[in-house]
Design a binder for this molecule. Structure first.
Ligand SMILES: C[S@@+](CC[C@H](N)C(=O)[O-])C[C@H]1O[C@@H](n2cnc3c(N)ncnc32)[C@H](O)[C@@H]1O
Length: 233
């Protein structure tokens, strides 16, 4: 085969591979939105119950307060918060209740996982509202210029809670779950907290606080059972 033909074939294969890898990224969960990638912006990442359960100790002071779960998704997030003992959770469907046009008459804290593509606008609005919040957002948001502008000189600093393991959201496209979503999430998140007066500015969640660690048997209290060096009585 002439050399020019080999080069052409290789270029075709590269193009195909590139397309494949893009398709692949699209089918996975991505928080990377770049104008050149032609990727569709998907904002429907539903919070699994364990993501709220893992920080229940830090949410405990708000059990009897009014909580605004401002972004509806499939409506489950508020259900989970209620199951964790938070009685007053306001959670209204979108687009009837648009975050940028509506806010409850009274609420004490916003606890939610936001549409990541609108982080700048959401953070700007919540900063203006100036009430406590706890938001799940990709770690990369911390490095953005708008985040810096909003919070670098803020009287009330942002505090973060770092999950023990990556949160695997349920991704919906056109209202339907994406296959194999459990292993598909390809970005890490923090809980970004404002005015919550947490005991430390950075909190690393411990194994003992995380339901998925306990279930897997990774928690310290379970380890002795698996320890190959453990002596049997
Ligand atoms: C990341 S999902 C999280 C949903 C839910 N809070 C949860 O934790 O499972 C964000 C949701 O916000 C919705 N959304 C986007 N723009 C919105 C707006 N302006 N007002 C209210 N909801 C919006 C999206 O449709 C998406 O379902």
């Amino acid at each position: 085969m002439p050399f020019s033909q080999i080069v052409m074939n290789r270029s075709k294969t590269n193009k195909l591979n590139k397309k494949k890898s893009h398709d692949n990224i699209d089918n996975k969960m991505t928080a990377i939105y770049h104008p050149n990638t032609q990727m569709v912006k998907h904002d429907s990442y539903m919070t699994p119950k364990y993501a709220w359960e893992n920080i229940k100790n830090y949410l405990a002071p708000y059990k009897d307060k009014v909580i605004w779960e401002a972004f509806y998704g499939d409506g489950k997030s508020a259900e989970y918060l209620r199951e964790l003992g938070m009685k007053n959770v306001i959670h209204n469907p979108y687009p009837e209740y648009d975050f940028f046009k509506y806010q409850p008459d009274h609420f004490d804290i916003t606890i939610t996982n936001i549409p990541f593509s609108k982080s700048k606008e959401v953070l700007t609005r919540l900063k203006e509202i100036d009430k406590p919040f706890c938001l799940i957002m990709p770690t990369a948001k911390m490095n953005t210029q708008y985040f810096r502008k909003l919070f670098e000189d803020s009287e009330n600093p942002i505090q973060i809670i770092i999950p023990r393991k990556r949160i695997h959201f349920k991704k919906l496209v056109d209202g339907k779950p994406v296959d194999k979503w459990k292993s598909a999430c390809c970005f890490d998140c923090f809980y970004y907290c404002y005015k919550m007066n947490l005991p430390r500015d950075i909190i690393w969640l411990k194994d003992s606080e995380c339901v998925e660690m306990k279930k897997k048997g990774n928690h310290k209290s379970n380890r002795s059972k698996k320890d190959p060096n453990a002596t049997e009585n």
